[in-house]
Design a protein around this ligand. Structure first.
Ligand code: F6P
Length: 326
């Protein structure tokens, strides 16, 4: 069996662990794994090489991806699909393992299935925004990365009191990551792209926290209104100093957590077994905490917004009857 790996879209901690687990299993059974260097643009240029476990070992626990990725939507270009088919034939690819987020996993498997090329998708993104799975690879590591930064901020917040700490997470226009981090860190407030809020409500909420706890912690998703302005606006509303911490891409590139390493290992094993069992198209998902193969593609699932009840609880909106404007 000759399997091709393609990593597409944003990388995520745990991808290297999954690559390693799969390659090691395949080698043990005499199967060959090829890697596309540079996602689909690299693949279309024929930039493919055999992937050995030895090449991956030093990177197993690290973030990023040994196989470079790309966000370039090259397959929308004229003739790109013809070229893709040619490359797959040329390299005698029997099946494909695809690492990516919602866009990649929706778009690519149906193309391959038109040509009867088996494809298994692994949902890999720190944003945890792939419908049909409770968990994407990389999400837990990105939460843990945020906790390290927040723990540091809170240590100094405790020593030098009377300030508001605003921590911005990645997540784009999806608030799942910011909500989970706010929950785990015990934030006083969380701001997400999906739910609108009033500035005066936020100012009051944070000022009350400073009065009660000596500091306030606000977690905000990078794509939410105010991510670029609140650090200046809140002091005007509260007369309290705001210090902001932007996790940025350091959050995406952090090391893989224990949970993501285990998830990577189980996802890789499930993908390998599914391809050996001749499954045509599937996505590896987590349901009720268990790694499973979903036969078919993602088209039957719709995206759900972040947990509104949790958002209300963190923001103290469930008891006060106050509304943030969402
Ligand atoms: O891969 C998901 C993600 O990390 C989002 O959290 C973030 O908004 C986006 O990618 C950043 O993309 P880029 O690296 O292309 O700037």
């Amino acid at each position: 069996m000759r399997t091709l790996f393609v990593v597409s879209g944003g990388d995520a901690p745990g991808i290297n662990a999954a690559l390693g687990q799969y390659v090691s299993l395949a080698a043990r059974h005499g199967n060959v794994v090829l890697g596309a260097n540079g996602g689909f643009p690299g693949l279309l240029e024929g930039n493919i090489s055999p992937l050995s476990f030895d090449r991956i070992v030093p990177w197993l626990g690290r973030g990023g991806s040994v196989l470079p990725s790309s966000r370039d939507p090259v397959l929308t270009q004229n003739d790109a699909r013809v070229r893709l088919k040619q490359v797959l034939e040329q390299h005698q690819v029997d099946n494909v393992v695809l690492f990516g987020g919602n866009g990649t996993l929706r778009y690519i498997p149906p193309i391959l299935s038109e040509w009867d090329i088996p494809c298994i998708g692994l949902p890999t993104t720190i944003d945890n925004d792939v419908p049909g799975t409770e968990r994407t690879l990389g999400f837990d590591s990105a939460c843990n990365f945020a906790y390290h930064a927040i723990d540091g901020a809170l240590t100094t917040a405790h020593a030098l009191r009377g300030r508001i700490f605003m921590v911005e997470t990645l997540g784009g226009t999806c608030g799942n990551l910011a909500l989970a981090v706010a929950h785990g860190a015990g934030a006083h407030a969380v701001i997400l792209p999906e739910y609108e809020y009033e500035d005066h409500w936020l100012g009051r909420r944070l000022a009350e926290a400073v009065k009660q706890d000596g500091f306030a912690l606000l977690v905000i998703c990078e794509g939410a209104r105010g991510a670029r302005t609140l650090a200046d606006e809140i002091p005007k509303l509260t007369s309290i100093r705001v210090r902001d911490v932007r996790l940025g891409h350091a959050q995406r590139g952090g090391d893989a957590s224990h949970i993501d390493r285990v998830l990577a290992s189980e996802m890789a094993r499930s993908a390998y077994n599914a391809l050996r069992a001749k499954l045509q198209t599937g996505i590896i998902v987590v349901r009720q905490g268990k790694v499973q193969v979903h036969e078919g593609n993602l088209q039957s699932f719709t995206m759900t917004p972040p947990d509104r009840t949790l958002y209300h609880i963190i923001n103290g909106l469930e008891e006060s009857g106050e509304h943030s404007g969402d």
